[in-house]
Every structure is written in structure tokens, then in C-alpha cells.
Write a protein that binds this ligand. Sequence first.
Ligand SMILES: [Zn+2]
Ligand SMILES: [Zn+2]
Length: 469
Amino acid sequence: MDITHCHYHPAEPATWHCAPCRRPYGDCCVPLNADAPDQTPGCPLCRRELTFLGAANSAQPFWERLPSFFRYGLQPGPLSLCAVLALAGMFMPSSLLLWFLLFSLATKYLYGVIEACSQAESRAPSLTSAFFGEGYSLFFKQLVVLLVAAIPLWLARGSETLYLLVDLAIMLVLPASIIRLALDKELSAALSPVQVGQVIGAMGWRYLILFAFLFALWQSPAYLAFFLGEGVPKAVLLPVMLFFSGYFSVVMCALMGYAVFQYQGPLGYIVATEDGADAYPEAEWRRRVALIEAEVRLKEGQGDSALDTLASALERTPEDFQLNERFHRLLFALRARERCLRHLAHYLPLAVRANPAQAATAFLNGRALQADYLPDDPAVCEALAVSLSERHKHREALSLLRNLHRRAPDYPFLARAYLLAARLLAEGPGDVEQARKLLAFVQARYPRNVQSPEARQLEALLTRLAPET
Ligand SMILES: [Zn+2]
Ligand SMILES: [Zn+2]
């Protein structure tokens, strides 16, 4: 089926559209602000307001979920309606007024089903809900629609072919008119060719699928009567027929309601998606908008504009790891050498705390831009060395620790850092002699660390690597 997907994420169904940019977007690209739920989100490219497409692309098409409509009719609400109709068929006196009352109640209930299903509510309304609120006049409005529809039929009665054609045309537009009546509750809407035509236009040729299903369901009670007709007394047949007419009507209304849900965008009945898109508190929302804008702009080849977006987001939240990470990657990808190196001074201390592996990558990027790049902070150097040693980048790790006691004489963890360096020397280049010297240096200079687990481990390692010395 012709489903539109997010322009930047081809696996995501489109839920928004920017007309000026001619770009469809999925929820992936349009985070919502939970603190301003009525705010229309903006386009990640041009920031103008987006148009909501509703669930047209994300909702499962109605023709793929037919069993769910039959199950819908088996809930307590619909079954009580069927039971009431059947009981009325058995016991209700043949008073026109009583039957009118019953049918207006049933119609109100059924239109309630269309409305509930158009908002993707999977629970059917209770029958008691039909006793409250407005909407009893819906039955009479529906009667008027049917009477109006009878006029062209009456006019065409002269020619059999014309009569059939008119009959077919009326049956074709009737579901659209019912949908209008259910949603607008106005007789004028149900009779307006423009508004009824809009329903059909919104669904396009899929309206024909809807019509075909509705037609088959509409015929079902009649077929049932045909099969049961032989030998079943009328006193039994009437309640059975009423019961099943009620059931199939609910199924039809659930189907029509869901079709409205599926085509809510083009129909102008924007409600939501079935699970509801994720909305975030203001701060988190701003963060996500910045990340997405940067991603989209970069994909559009607007690297500088992507940088600006992230830079202004970082002015608000300079400590945000993810924003910084994205900013770093972008600066590196754009080979903005000076800016990237300047940003590393801010980013690396953050990154070694938040994600040491990413910190190591960023450091290596720094090295790619400047061969002797070295962070100032000794703690950052040590953390990076640990992370790099886990990646077996011994040479780079060692370069971070070299001469640390001169570069940062007040660093309280010099001994620990040098023990790491000694281990790296032994494991990496296999320079056991150098490692021993370094260990001796640490033991002489920092005697308190001689019995530390690191020192003992290292001694054991050195003995194992070079037992003869
Ligand atoms: Zn997307
Ligand atoms: Zn746009």
C-alpha cells in the first residue's frame, strides 16, 4: 500500500509534513513538548509549523484487521445492545412510539461506536452510555437522510436501469454520509455533497474496499434469515434477526470508525496515533529537537547550520553529554580543526565520566587533527589511558601518561597512573625492563603505594614475563 515514510528514516511511517520543504517526517523527527501539548511542532529544516498527517501512515489499514471488528462486537456493551433488541423482538408491544424510542437509542449507541473507534478506543462504549447525553435525534436525522435519498429513487422509478444505477449510487455514498453524521452530528453535513465527498476523497479508492466490506456485512443478517427462514417460527426468527442485526451493525460501525481513524489526517479529524507519540518535558524536548535538527541539516548537506543548532543548544545546557558528543563528531567530520580541539577541552572531561569508550574515540580524533594532542587535565589523561588500554591502544595510552609527574606534580593519583603505565609497557611493547624501572620509581617515590593491589599485581606480572631477571 502507498504509505509515506519519514524522509530521513525510511523505516518510520510519516506522521507530519512540511509543505514548503516538501518533506514528510515520522515521529522519529518530531518530538513533542509535554509542557506545551497544544503547540504545533516545527519543521527540523525550516522551523515553520508542520501539518499533522494523523495515523494515515502509521495505522494498520482497516482491511488488515477485520477480525478485530468482529471481536469488538463481542464486548459487553455491543452484546447488551443485541440482547435488548432481541428481548424487544420477543416482548415489546407493537407500539410505533416504543420502537422509535428503541431505535433512536440503538442509533445513538451505534454512532457512539463510530466515534469511539475513530479515536482508536478499543473498548466499546457501555450500553448505559447511550442513555445519557445528547444524540437521540441522530436516529431522526438518519431517517431524514434516508428519506432524502429516496427522492432520486422515486424519480428514477420509470426506468429499471436508471433505478438500479441510482440505487447503487446511493448505497455507495451512504457510508460516507453516516460517517459525517457520526462525527459532525449535523444533518447538513450528512447531506452536503461537498462534506460527504470529502470523506470519499480522503480515502480515495480504498473507500471502495470499505464499501465492499460494509455491503457484505449489511447483507449478513439477510442471509442468516434466508437460511433460518425455513421451518423457524416467526416468533423465534424476529428476535434472532434483531440480535444479529445489532451485532453486524456494531461491526460495521467499528469498521467505519476505524477507517476514520486511519484517514484522520486527510479527513481533518486529527486525534492521535494509537499509542500516542512520545512527549517530553521542556528541557528534554529542546535537547531532542536540537539533536534532530542537526541530524536533518547534516543529511541535507547543511553542516554549518547543523553546527549552529548544536552550538545554541549547548549554550543552554553546556554539560549535556549527548549534545556535546554530537557536536564533537560534527566538528570532526567537518574537519573544523581549531574549533574541534577547543571543544575537546570541554568535552573530554565530560565524556570520560559519561562514556569512557566515546571519550577514547574523541581523543583519537583529536590526535588525528594534531599529532601531539594532549589534554591538560591529568585525571582525564589517566581515564583516557585506561579506556585506550582496554582497546589495546597501548602506545596512545602510554603517551597520555608520559611525564605526568612533571606535567601535573600535584595530581594525587600519580602512583596509580604510573603503575598503569608500567603495566602498559610490559603488556604492550613488552618492555619489561622499562616497566621494572617505572615500578621502582613509583616504589621509591610513593612508598605508601608499594603494597597496593595494583603494585602487587604488576610485580607478579613482571615476574611472570621475565622470571630470569
Ligand atoms: Zn525521521
Ligand atoms: Zn520545512
